[in-house]
Write a protein that binds this ligand. Structure first.
Ligand code: SF4
Length: 104
């Protein structure tokens, strides 16, 4: 027979476990954009700017990279950062896409 106090303890423990599970999910790092992702292909995104096909994306110029793009949310020294072109994911600091706009 479970006492009232034990029942309350079990309910609190279950609630704590559920809270930790949800917190763990929200703390998981977002996925890195894959170069073969449909949106990535349409925007000419490459995780390494040096591999951009300049014949298809002539706007690209050497030195342009996500880390110095105005849409990159992260410090210039970060390896990855978020970008509104790819909600819920992160882009590589060394990446590039056709929406690139130099950070002021
Ligand atoms: S908009 Fe800028 S930060 Fe976003 S993927 Fe394109 S170049 Fe990178």
């Amino acid at each position: 027979m479970i006492t009232r106090n034990r029942r309350i303890f079990i309910l609190h423990a279950a609630g704590l476990c559920a809270t930790l599970a949800i917190a763990g999910r929200s703390l998981a790092a977002p996925a890195l954009v894959d170069d073969n992702d449909t949106t990535a292909k349409s925007l000419g995104y490459r995780s390494n700017a040096s591999s951009v096909d300049a014949s298809k994306f002539p706007k690209y110029a050497a030195g342009q990279r996500c880390a110095n793009c105005r849409f990159f949310a992260g410090a210039r020294s970060d390896a990855t950062g978020t970008c509104p072109m790819f909600p819920g994911k992160v882009v590589a600091a060394e990446g590039w896409c056709n929406v690139y706009a130099m950070r002021a």
